[in-house]
Ligand binder design. Structure first.
Ligand SMILES: [Zn+2]
Length: 115
């Protein structure tokens, strides 16, 4: 298991494995959050309850969670039945993500990878 923690330490996600691939997306939300997303099936991530605030944009298919105390964006989760969530790998320890490949997603326009 690895951990992803906000800066104040209130929100700690427990995750089954380190990511192999990270996604840097240029859509209106992700570029402002400066998040690097690692995707997991829901069962692979344990999220503590009640410690985050939520933001939803547009069609409201995903909730962006941030720590209520320090504001770090910790993860997003689906509001539908998709078995997929995104953990902000910026909150993982540097050595955990050091070997992961970073892919650039054009979420602003084409939804294709730019690399
Ligand atoms: Zn925090």
């Amino acid at each position: 298991m690895i951990e992803s923690s906000c800066v104040c330490g209130a929100v700690r996600l427990a995750i089954t494995r380190a990511p192999d691939e990270l996604v840097d997306c240029n859509c209106s939300v992700c570029r402002r959050y400066a998040a690097l997303w690692a995707y997991y099936p829901l069962k692979d991530v344990i999220v503590p309850g009640g410690l985050t605030d939520v933001f939803m944009l547009g069609p409201k298919k995903i909730e962006f969670h941030r720590c209520k105390t320090c504001g770090c964006v910790t993860h997003w989760s689906p509001t539908d039945e998709r078995d997929r969530m995104g953990v902000n790998a910026r909150l993982m320890e540097p050595e955990v993500v050091a070997r992961a490949r970073v892919r650039h997603l054009d979420g602003a326009n084409t939804w294709k990878f730019l690399d």
